[in-house]
Every structure is written in C-alpha cells, then in structure tokens.
Design a protein around this ligand. Structure first.
Ligand code: SF4
Length: 350
C-alpha cells in the first residue's frame, strides 16, 4: 500500500489559495470525477471564513448526496473490554497513564456481546462495533471474539459487524473475517509527524501496518482520526489525505472530548465551525467512503449538530466507550429535522 504523496507532509510548502478564490462548483465536479483535491485547496477549505461556511456545506452536500443520497447510517459501539490498556494514548481515558474514573472490566462474555448486538438492532443501528482496550489481541481473544461474531451473524445475518482491537496480524484478521466480521476499525488518529505527541508506545507506521494486514485479509478498513488534540492545519490535512491513501471505506471523524484525568483534559475547545470545516475536508477527500461523525459531536458541535449531515452519512448513538452521547430518539429527531432519513436495511425498505 502506498501512502506517499500529499498525505505524508512531504510538500507542506505549497502556494496558498484563499477560500474566496476557490471555484466550488469546479471543485465538486473534479471530486465527483475522482480527482484528488490540491493541497492548497485543502488548506483553503479548512480555513474557510465562518461567514462563507454555508457555501462550503452546500458544495460538500452535493458530493455526499452523489454517493449516499439523504441517508444516515446509525452505528453503535460496544466497549467489550474497558480500562486496562498498556498503551499511553494521551486522548484516551482507558490508557495506562489516564487517571479518569471509568468502568474497568475484562473482556465481556459472548452472551454479553450478543446482548449488545440485540440492543444495537433494537436502537436502529445498521453497524455494531465491538471495541477492546488493548495493544492488540492474543489468540484467546481472537477466538472469543470470533465466537461472538459467529453467534451474532447467525442471529442477524445483515447486521454490519466491526471490531476495534488495536494492532493486528493478517492471520488474526482472517480469522475474524471467517467468523463473519466485515470491518476492522483502526484509526490513524492524526498525522505521522504529530503522532509521537499523542502516543509513545506504538507508532503511526505500526497503525498503517495493521491497516495493510486488514486489507490483505479481505476485510474493509475503518480508519479516521481525532480533531482538536493540538495539531496544526497541516496535520489535519495530512490525516485526511492519509485516510484517502489507505482507501478507508469508513472514516470516523472524532472531535476531541477532553476527559478529566487524561493529559488532554485542558486542550483548547474546538469551535463548531472548525469541526464542520474538517468534516467537509474529509468528505471531499473521501467522496465515496462512509464518513462518520464520531466521538465529541454533541459536545463540540452544540447547536450546529444538524449541519454535519452535509458532510457525513453516518453517526454513532448511545455514546462513545466512556463518554455519554445522544440516544436514538434525539438523534433521529436531529436527522429528520435536518431533512435527512435514518438508513434502514434494504430488505426493510418499502
Ligand atoms: S490503544 Fe486504544 S484503548 Fe489503548 S490507550 Fe490507545 S486508544 Fe486507548
């Protein structure tokens, strides 16, 4: 897999373009034709003046609608193992350096994981993602999760199954695919350059290797990142290009929710406008991928949550591992109030 190019920060010195000088109709046409944004255009989009944001959202909506119409896919996370991770990711409440007060427990039973799937389906979710706080799984964990996947798959043949288990070999990914998993989540989180600022126990390249293993095993890749950890515009842009380069079919965009007890608890707050511009950038660089609004959307978007659907076609409900979030009722109202619709299984559509 080659991720060389603009996404790797090797051409950060570029001519600048002001947002006002972008021809947005032309940008949309080129993106829909498969062309990659110029890096200067990516800068202009991320630095769109707030008073011009409506134009950027309208242009991004055209790209979003071309692949996904007005549909919004609902996803639910399951914290399958919580709070005992040996890694030191500075944004994470479950890391070994976190002092956050969170539930701590070992891997949930197969039955508990199946019950989580039933609750996800009852909440209208089309994708269920089991997440374990760990550096990476061992053989026992893989077999346990494979058993859960097989049970869930037999109960819900069309529920999309995703797992997030840290660093993983191709062989492990193959076993999960055989058991019925369709996606592995492994976020790149930020740029390669900024990665050592947020984690020292593994590298950005380690993460890319896991993505390569997942791809080689024939699974789909879910990989995005977190905005608001103190990174620069170039880091956000590098990350957005990297998600395109790895061909992520699913791109979760998280907006940092600073958690007391973590090194980033006092990180500067994002504005809703910054979050929306970043989401537009990820969409314009990943026109046919599922782009998701993930952790921190309620906190950081505030009253502008509905605007995010111009860029994303998917959203999480019922919270994010150790932070609370909106349930399906409020989220459905948000989706429908903005003129979008909750995606249902094709067989359930009338
Ligand atoms: S590897 Fe995952 S669970 Fe562990 S500290 Fe990093 S983000 Fe948290």
């Amino acid at each position: 897999m080659s991720i060389a190019g603009p996404g790797q920060g090797d051409d950060r010195t570029v001519a600048t373009i002001r947002f006002e000088d972008l021809d947005l109709a032309d940008v949309v046409e080129r993106v829909l034709a498969g062309a990659e944004l110029e890096r200067a255009e990516a800068h202009a989009i991320l630095n769109c003046p707030d008073q011009r944001l409506a134009e950027l959202l309208a242009a991004t909506l055209r790209v979003r609608e071309a692949a996904f119409g007005r549909r919004v896919k609902v996803c639910i996370l399951r914290n399958a193992q919580s709070g005992i991770c040996p890694e030191d990711c500075s944004y994470c409440s479950q890391s070994r350096i976190s002092r956050a007060e969170i539930p701590v427990y070992k891997m949930q039973s197969v039955e508990e994981l199946c019950e989580g799937a039933r609750m996800a389906v009852a909440s209208g979710a089309r994708r269920y993602c089991m997440v374990c706080s760990m550096r990476g799984p061992g053989a026992r964990e893989i077999e346990h999760l494979a058993a859960a996947c097989e049970r869930i798959r037999s109960e819900y043949p069309t529920l999309e199954l995703c797992l997030s288990l840290g660093l993983m070999s191709e062989e492990q990914a193959r076993r999960l695919k055989q058991a019925g998993a369709g996606w592995i989540n492994h976020n790149l989180n930020t740029s390669r350059r900024f990665y050592p600022e947020i984690c020292t126990t593994h590298t950005w390249d380690d993460r890319v290797r896991t993505i390569e293993n997942v791809r080689a095993a024939g699974l789909s890749v879910c990989s995005g990142g977190i905005i608001g950890m103190g990174e620069s515009d170039d880091d956000v842009i590098d990350l957005a290009y990297a998600t395109r380069r790895v061909g992520a079919e699913s791109v979760p965009v998280n907006f940092l929710h600073p958690i007391a007890g973590t090194p980033l608890e006092h990180a500067a707050r994002l504005t809703p406008e910054r979050c929306l511009k970043a989401a537009c950038l990820f969409r314009l660089l990943n026109p046919r991928s599922e782009v998701r609004a993930a952790g921190g959307r309620e906190l950081n978007l505030g009253t502008r949550q509905a605007d995010i659907f111009n860029a994303v076609n998917s959203i999480f409900v019922n919270g994010y591992l150790t932070t609370a979030g909106w349930g399906i009722g409020a989220t459905r109202e948000l989706i429908e109030g903005a003129g979008f619709e909750v995606e249902v299984e094709p067989s359930a559509a009338t």
